[in-house]
Design a binder for this molecule. Sequence first.
Ligand SMILES: C[S@@+](CC[C@H](N)C(=O)[O-])C[C@H]1O[C@@H](n2cnc3c(N)ncnc32)[C@H](O)[C@@H]1O
Ligand SMILES: [Zn+2]
Length: 224
Amino acid sequence: MIELLICTRCKASLSCEAKQRDESGDIFEGILFCQKCNQQYPITNGIPRFVKTENYASSFGYQWQIFRKEQLDSHNGTSISAERFWSETNWTRDELTGKWILDVGCGVGRFLDVISKSKAEVAGVDISSAIDAAKANLEDRDNVHFVQASIYDLRFREETFDFCYCIGIIQYTPDPPKALSLVAKTMKKEGKIAVTTYERKPWTKLYSKYWLRPITKRIKKKSF
Ligand SMILES: C[S@@+](CC[C@H](N)C(=O)[O-])C[C@H]1O[C@@H](n2cnc3c(N)ncnc32)[C@H](O)[C@@H]1O
Ligand SMILES: [Zn+2]
């Protein structure tokens, strides 16, 4: 995974200093540093971190830490996420074999759960602490890798990924066209990107989340 990451400032490779390893030998705590400009990035809980801990998506992290497993097929015994994934991307499991796949805005990893059953390597990226929930959910999958980063500041080498999907995230970002052009840079020339957003119809404005939100966002958060 570290070989795919670069310093965005000077595009140089990153080196790693391990401070603590887990039982499987993976780095649990450490520092990534740029071989050219010496910029440093922490690895904590086995996850390279390229964002400040607080950001505009921190409520997502809060939500996903509380409802960590509910949407995972492997936890709830349904195939809702799998059906949604294959119908929204239009990909087949066979075409993913041996490929590198990027999930931007992975949340708690409901689609990583689906795709990790393919013989592919998958990188899950999220800006919020949802990435820790995703890791806790999918720790047993050797082919899934986690990075905390923003879609606006992806630290992958250009032309790394064969496939990328952004499901239900792009509409939350401040500048969706820019976000997509940055994702495209990480993709191989013949790569495939699947992007889906939620439907907006006149009646979707009536959904409870819209009229409850002005109230719920003022409620004091419980600390976990
Ligand atoms: C509605 S959730 C969708 C999660 C997942 N794709 C799913 O469908 O279950 C949106 C996710 O996008 C993440 N997100 C928002 N802005 C982001 C950004 N600029 N870069 C990366 N992730 C972002 C949030 O932290 C959150 O986990
Ligand atoms: Zn650098």
